[in-house]
Design a protein around this ligand. Structure first.
Ligand code: BTN
Length: 279
């Protein structure tokens, strides 16, 4: 079915029988401020948040889409995938949630485009160095349960402006396949949910998806500067520079500073300088 306003395939035909727990309930909203906000409200209102596990909120348009570090996430109405997924994981797997989301998006992009997707630590998905998907995560304790909200913005039909992201150019599934042919977002959603299900099931069983994620990290082996935003508006961000040698068991980036110190960084914005040929 085509959307009257955008002429793009719409989510009204969202009848795909998703069988996994992730996506077993899908809330489709045409226009919202941000699906992250909607997910937060659902979590806040829920009598039993465990019941919300696997719920996906998907929008055609966001008026205040959120990116990482307080940035905005812009997308053309009706063209892309803008979703938030609510999960209630065991505490031990919470460090793997964003890893799971970025890896699922990378695998989905590969299945849909036949192009190799890499991950810019910690969770930007890139094709040929151009950003195709961003992931944001939030979490809160509700009583004894942890509620995680994973936000995924995947460029499907948009023709991203060259400088849509500060440090990277952007691309979309359409641009990588046939720019003259609109992509059905329901098909993309189906693939993405299948990958999320597969990977969530794996981490829930205690399997590690870290090696597969690590193999795709374009950041390893590069000279990087990681800027870590402070909570204090008046203070400058801390910047750690060095060679990104590896990740540790929590997915933190291990940076060898020029003085030889190895620093483990849990979150931040990476700028890659040069490649330094570390195997
Ligand atoms: C990033 O900065 O790279 C993360 C972007 C995440 C954007 C998605 S779009 C759906 C969900 N709702 C939001 O407001 N943000 C996330």
């Amino acid at each position: 079915m085509l959307d009257n306003t955008t002429g793009m395939p719409s989510f009204d035909s969202l009848q795909t029988p998703f069988r996994g727990r992730i996506g077993r309930s899908i809330v489709h909203i045409r226009k919202t401020s941000s699906t992250m906000q909607d997910a937060r409200e659902l979590v806040k209102l829920a009598e039993d948040i465990v019941e919300l596990h696997g719920t996906v909120i998907i929008a055609d348009q966001q008026t205040r889409g959120r990116g990482r570090f307080g940035r905005s996430w812009d997308s053309t109405p009706g063209k892309d995938i803008l979703l938030s997924l609510i999960v209630c994981p065991r505490p031990s797997i919470t460090p793997q949630l964003t890893i799971m989301a970025s890896l699922a998006a990378a695998l989905g992009v590969e299945a849909l485009t036949d192009s190799a997707a890499t991950i810019k630590w910690p969770n930007d998905v890139l094709v040929d160095g151009r950003k195709i998907c961003g992931v944001i995560a939030e979490g809160s304790m509700i009583g004894e349960n942890f509620a995680g909200i994973l936000g995924i913005g995947l460029n499907v039909n948009s023709r991203p402006a060259k400088d849509a992201y500060r440090t990277y150019q952007a691309t979309s599934i359409r641009e990588l396949t046939n720019p003259n042919q609109a992509i059905n977002r329901v098909d993309v959603l189906s693939v993405l949910l299948a990958k999320l299900n597969e990977l969530y099931t794996a981490i829930d069983k205690g399997e590690s998806i870290m090696p597969e994620w690590r193999d795709r990290l374009a950041t390893i082996g590069s000279q990087v500067a990681v800027s870590i935003p402070t909570q204090n508006e008046n203070a400058d961000d801390e910047v750690i520079s060095g060679i990104a040698e590896d990740i540790d068991e929590f997915g933190r980036l291990l940076i060898r500073e020029s003085g030889g110190t190895l620093r483990a960084v849990a979150s931040g914005e990476v700028t890659t300088r040069t490649h330094s040929h570390i195997p």
